[in-house]
Design a protein around this ligand. Structure first.
Ligand code: 2HA
Ligand code: ZN
Length: 270
C-alpha cells in the first residue's frame, strides 16, 4: 500500500466503512463520507504540493480555500475501501476561490468525489459555525430509518418524538432531534443546499425514501448517532404492526430522563 493509505485517519475511514457495509447501511455504492483534515495530519504521508487533477465544484465554497478533505469517490463501494483506500477515497484541497478541488491523492482508477459533495461541504460549513471541532459528515441508507419514512408522517418533530419514545437512550444521544427533508432528487445542488440549511440547527438529517446523514467531531461520534437513530427506527418497525397492548416512553418519562441526565432538549419539542 502507498504511504497515505497508512495514515491513521485513512485507516479509520476503512474500518468504519467496513462496519457500515456489514450493518447493511451501504449497499453497492450507497453512501458517502467526508472528513475535514488538518495539513499536519497528512503531510508526513503525502506530497501536498503535487496536484494530480482539478475537479470542478457546482457550488463554490470560498470559506474552505486551502482546506483539506478526505472524501469517498463517486460510484465507489464502502465494502472495498479498507482493502484499497487509494482507489476509493480522495484527498482534496479546495482552490483559492473555492470553485475547484485540487486532487492531492486517491481516485487512482479515475473518477471524482461523491455526487453528494455539495451536501457535504454545505453541512461542514454550517456545523463548523456551531462547533469548531466538527469534521465528519456521514451519509448512509440504513434499512429501518429509511423504511420508517415509507410509513410515518414526514414531520421532523413527530419523527423525533417517535424515535425518543422507542428506546431510553435516544433522547440522551440526540436531544437536539432529527431533521427531515421530503423526497428530492439525490445528488443535486438543490438537495445539497436544502440539507445545508437543516444542518444550521441539526446534527442528524433524514432524507425521506433515501437515507440519513449525520455529522460529528469524529467518525465514531457520527457513527454512534447513526446507529442510535437506526436502533430507534428498528424498534419502531418491529412493533408498529403489533396488536398487543403497547408500552411507550411517554413525555413524563422522557422529562425524568432529561432532568436526571441534565440534558437540554430542543426547545418546545418535549
Ligand atoms: O453515493 O448515496 O446519495 C450514492 C448515494 C447518493
Ligand atoms: Zn444516498
Amino acid at each position: 500500500m502507498d504511504k497515505m493509505s497508512k495514515c491513521p485517519i485513512v485507516k479509520e475511514i476503512g474500518e468504519i466503512t467496513s462496519n457500515m457495509y456489514r450493518l447493511g447501511w451501504n449497499e453497492r455504492n450507497g453512501g458517502n463520507i467526508s472528513v475535514l483534515v488538518d495539513e499536519k495530519e497528512i503531510k508526513r504521508y503525502v506530497n501536498t504540493r503535487k496536484i494530480i487533477r482539478d475537479l470542478p465544484l457546482a457550488v463554490a465554497f470560498p470559506e474552505f480555500a486551502g482546506r483539506y478533505f478526505i472524501v469517498t469517490g463517486t460510484g465507489k463501494y464502502f465494502k472495498n475501501i479498507a482493502n484499497n483506500p487509494a482507489e476509493n477515497l480522495g484527498l482534496i484541497r479546495i482552490s483559492d476561490d473555492g470553485s475547484r478541488a485540487h486532487l492531492i491523492w486517491g481516485y487512482t482508477a479515475g473518477g471524482s468525489f461523491t455526487s453528494e459533495i455539495i451536501m457535504h461541504l454545505g453541512a461542514h460549513k454550517q456545523r463548523l459555525n456551531v462547533d469548531p471541532d466538527q469534521r465528519v459528515v456521514m451519509h448512509a441508507h440504513p434499512v429501518n430509518i429509511l423504511s420508517m419514512t415509507h410509513v410515518f408522517p414526514w414531520d421532523e418533530k413527530k419523527l423525533t418524538k417517535e424515535l425518543w419514545s422507542t428506546c431510553t437512550e435516544c433522547i440522551v444521544i440526540f436531544p437536539d432531534g432529527v431533521a427531515l427533508l421530503p423526497w428530492m432528487v439525490s445528488s443535486s445542488p438543490e438537495i445539497g443546499l436544502a440539507s445545508a440549511e437543516k444542518f444550521k440547527d441539526f446534527r442528524i438529517l433524514v432524507w425521506a425514501l433515501h437515507g440519513c446523514t449525520v455529522t460529528g467531531k469524529s467518525l465514531d461520534e457520527a457513527f454512534g448517532l447513526l446507529e442510535t437513530v437506526e436502533k430507534g427506527a428498528e424498534i419502531y418497525m418491529k412493533i408498529q404492526n403489533s396488536n398487543n397492548e403497547r408500552h411507550s416512553i411517554e413525555d413524563g418519562m422522557l422529562k425524568a430522563v432529561v432532568d436526571d441526565f441534565n440534558i437540554s432538549v430542543r426547545e418546545g419539542w418535549l
